[in-house]
Design a protein around this ligand. Structure first.
Ligand code: PMP
Length: 337
């Protein structure tokens, strides 16, 4: 078969374009490049984690024909797992905090997942969605718990695919990789692969307020309570197995007030319709560019598309309730990042 033909959903994951963000590159004198993960067949960067986790479980004999995949997820991993599962003949049960957007819950149901919304609870609570997912997998016949946060098959897949793709696509010119942390698989895996090829490449964390990764990378502790963010899929409060020992050089905190301006800038001036984590990532890339000066090749992730957030990020009433103002005259706001 021709190499140009992709083999089903699994064969279509990855090899996404790396997009030069023209306006932001011009204003910083750097190349700011976004990896278009929203173009994956399940619509997000989490298709990669789903592929990595499922392939690894098959290889290790943990996932058997006709089996059930169980996972606690903010949505995108569930979408990836369900679609890869459909293509490979597995059922999927998804436990999701009921604070997540209705679009993602509806989408999961539409694609055939058995969706179980549960009240949001901290990780230390036995009723946290991850613990519920683990117990469900234990109680269900022929089931496998994907465990995206601590299953390092997630990070390793990014080390095998995302990082090498970025290195190739930039012709080895990449100087930094910036990403927010959900599980940490993307940041840790891609950074590892890039540093293996060139130890000078910087690994940079862009963290929303209310998370603890900025504090972890900057000060080595998680003891921080600095607010909140409307972003979904990111905002980690503990050191997952995927992020543990990641070689991170720099970390920034990105406030929602600049994230929302960047989100709308990306839509209205670059034509890219994205979710909040993508805007946080791009803010981190721009901050690094301004701090280190022109000439760098700074890469980041465009994680998922805006359709998932129509009732929130792209709904004027919701924005007003959240006190978020996307309006801006020009790119001056980048100096407030
Ligand atoms: N952005 C979005 C929209 C996500 O769903 C996720 C994953 N939860 C991330 C970013 C972060 O990716 P990772 O889990 O690899 O840290």
């Amino acid at each position: 078969m021709s190499k140009q033909i992709k083999d089903g959903f699994p064969g279509t994951v990855g090899n996404t374009p790396l997009i030069r963000l023209k306006t932001l590159s011009e204003v910083t004198g750097c190349n700011i490049l976004g990896k278009a993960e929203f173009l994956n067949p399940g619509g997000s960067v989490k298709d990669r984690a789903a592929m990595g986790i499922i392939e690894d479980a098959e290889t290790r004999g943990l996932l058997k024909p006709g089996g059930t995949i169980v996972e606690g997820t903010a949505g995108n991993t569930g979408i990836g797992l369900s679609l890869v599962g459909n293509a490979k003949g597995y059922r999927t049960i998804i436990v999701i905090p009921d604070t997540q957007s209705q679009e993602k819950i509806n989408l999961l149901r539409a694609i055939g997942a058995d969706v179980r919304p549960v009240p949001a609870a901290p990780y230390t609570d036995p009723n946290n969605y991850n613990h519920i997912a683990r117990r469900l997998a234990e109680e269900t016949e022929n089931a496998f718990w994907a465990n995206q946060f601590d299953n390092t098959a997630n990070r390793d897949y990014h080390a095998r695919t995302t990082g090498p793709e970025i290195y190739e696509q930039t012709g080895g010119e990449v100087s930094a990789f910036v990403a927010a942390v959900g599980t940490g698989g993307t940041l840790a895996g891609a950074t590892r692969a890039l540093k293996e090829r060139n130890p000078k490449v910087l690994g940079v964390c862009a963290d929303p307020y209310g998370a603890a990764m900025w504090s972890w990378f900057k000060h080595g502790h998680l003891d921080i309570d600095d607010g909140d963010s409307v972003s979904e899929g990111i905002g980690q409060g503990r050191v997952t197995e995927n992020i543990k020992s990641a070689p991170i050089d720099q970390a920034y905190r990105i406030h929602d007030s600049v994230m929302i301006k960047m989100l709308y800038h990306l839509l209205l001036k670059e034509g890219l319709f994205l979710g909040a984590s993508s805007a946080i990532n791009v803010c981190g890339a721009v901050k690094l560019a301004l701090e280190r000066g022109p000439g760098q090749v700074i890469t980041t992730i465009l994680c998922d598309d805006g359709q998932r957030y129509l009732s929130r990020l792209y709904n004027p009433e919701w924005l007003q309730e959240e006190n978020l103002d996307p309006a801006h005259e020009n790119l001056d706001f980048i100096h407030e990042i």
